[in-house]
Design a protein around this ligand. Sequence first.
Ligand code: AMP
Ligand code: ZN
Length: 495
Amino acid sequence: MQQQQLSLYNTLSRKKEVFEPLQPPFVGMYVCGPTVYSNVHLGNVRTFLTFDILYRYLQHLGYKVRYVRNITDVGHLENDSDEGEDKIAVKARLEQLEPMEIVQRYTNDFHEVLSQFNLLPPSIEPSATGHIIEQIKSIETLIEKGLAYESGGSVYFDVLKYNESHDYGKLSGRIIEDLQNETRELDGQAEKRNPLDFAVWKNASPEHIMRWPSPWGIGFPGWHIECTSMSTKYLGTQFDIHGGGMDLKFPHHECEIAQAVGVNGEEPVRYWMHANMLTVNGEKMSKSKGNSFLPGQLFTGDHPLLQQAYSPMTVRFFMLQAHYRSTLDFSNEALIAARKGYIKLINGLHVLDKLAYPAEAAVVPEQDAELRKLTTDCFAGLNDDLNTARTIASLFNLLKKVNSLYTGALSLANISLDTFNFVRDTYQALVLDILGLKEEKTTNQEEYVNALLIFYKEAKEAKNYARVDEIRTTFKKQGIVIKDMKTGIDWAYEE
Ligand code: AMP
Ligand code: ZN
C-alpha cells in the first residue's frame, strides 16, 4: 500500500540510497551482537532496537529476511586494539566460574531484556566459540593470499599490504597515515610488522582459559574475524545489510571489510548502517563510565538518575521518538512525556476497535481522500531512512481524525468502508507490528476483583438475585468463582 520506496543511509557511500536487495524477495541482514561478559545496559538496547524496527519493517514490506545477530563469547579483548585480556576470561576468573557459565548467564540476561522490550529474536544467533573451525579456515585463506602472517603463534592481518590494492579506512573515513601516527606509540606491538595490523588469531599463554588448537598453536580468534566468518557462512560472500552501533565503525567494521575482501575477493555488504549512541548528560552511556543503568533498575526506578520507574513500552517509545542516527539523551522529562505518547497510541487502537461502520454510507470524496492520505503519510518517515520519530508524528496526526470520528465531530458515514478498513489495518500494523509496541496492562486484577465483590455483597444484602447472578456470571467468564461462606465472602480461581 505504501507508495514511496524505502531509503536507507549507507555509511559506506555517506548518503541515503534506495534499498534494493541483491536477490529479492530475500534480504540478508547481519548485526553485531553483544559481548556477553556483563548485563546489557540501556545503550545496548537502543542499538538492537534500531535493527529490530528495520527487521520488522522489511518483513512488513514483504521481504523474506534472514536476520543474523551473533553472540561474541570469545576474542573481544579489554582494549579494542588487540591489547589486554579477553573480557569473558577476566570475568570468569573474577567470579571463579567457567567462561561458558559467564557466557550463558549474560546471554540469558540479554535474551530476557530484549524480550521485555518486545524485540523479535533473530533468525540465526551464532556464537564465536561455535565457529572456531570457520574462523581458522578464513585465516588460512588470508595467509595463502599474503594478507596475513604468523608471528609468535599469533596471526596478524597485514593492513599496509591490503591497502596497496584496497582502501583501508573507507568505511570510517580514517586516513591510513593518521592511523599510523596514532598507533606508533602503542606498547606491545613487537610481533606486528606494523602497529596498524590487527590480530586475527592470538596465541594463548598457558594460564589463558579459553583456548583452541590451530595450525599456529594453541590460541583463540581475534574479535573481528568471527563476524566475517559467520556472516559469510550464513549470508554468503555478499549480503544486503550490516548493522551495529556507531562505535563499531572503527576498528571493528573496517577490519571486517578488509578481512572479507581478503578472504572472498568481493565487497561483503551493500548497506552499512550505524545506530547512534544513547547518552547521559551528553556522554555515551557505557558501563566503564559508570553512567549506565540496567533495564531492571529502570523498571523499579532504583537508580540515582531515575526519578521514578518506567515501563518497557515507555522506554521503547522514548527511543523511537528519536531518529536512530541522532544521539538520544536520557532524561526523566523525556520519559515522562514518552509515557503519555505511548498511552495515546494505545488508546488509538481501542478507539479504532470500538468504531463500528454505519449501515448506510454517505461518502464525501474529499474527506475520504484526506483520511487515506493521512494514513499513507505515516510511511513517509519510515521510508526516509527509518525515521520513526516522523512516523510517530504522522500517527498522531491521523489519530486526531480518528478521534473526531469517535466523538462524532466527523461522521464515519462520510468515509468509505474500504478507507476505514485501510486506516484501521494500517494503524494496527504500524503500532503493533512495525513499531513493536504492545499494550501493557496496568490494572491490578486483585483490586478489581475485590471492588466487584463489594457490589456482590450489596446485591446479596438487598436480595437482588438477578444482580447477584449477573456478577457471578461475569466472574465465571474470567475463571473466578465467588465463595459464600459463613465467615464471609471470598473468591478463588475456578478449579
Ligand atoms: P558490546 O556488547 O559492547 O559489543 O555492545 C553491543 C552493542 O551495543 C554494539 O553494537 C554497541 O555499538 C552498542 N552500544 C554500546 N553502548 C551504546 C550506547 N551508549 N548507545 C547505543 N548503542 C550502544
Ligand atoms: Zn561484529
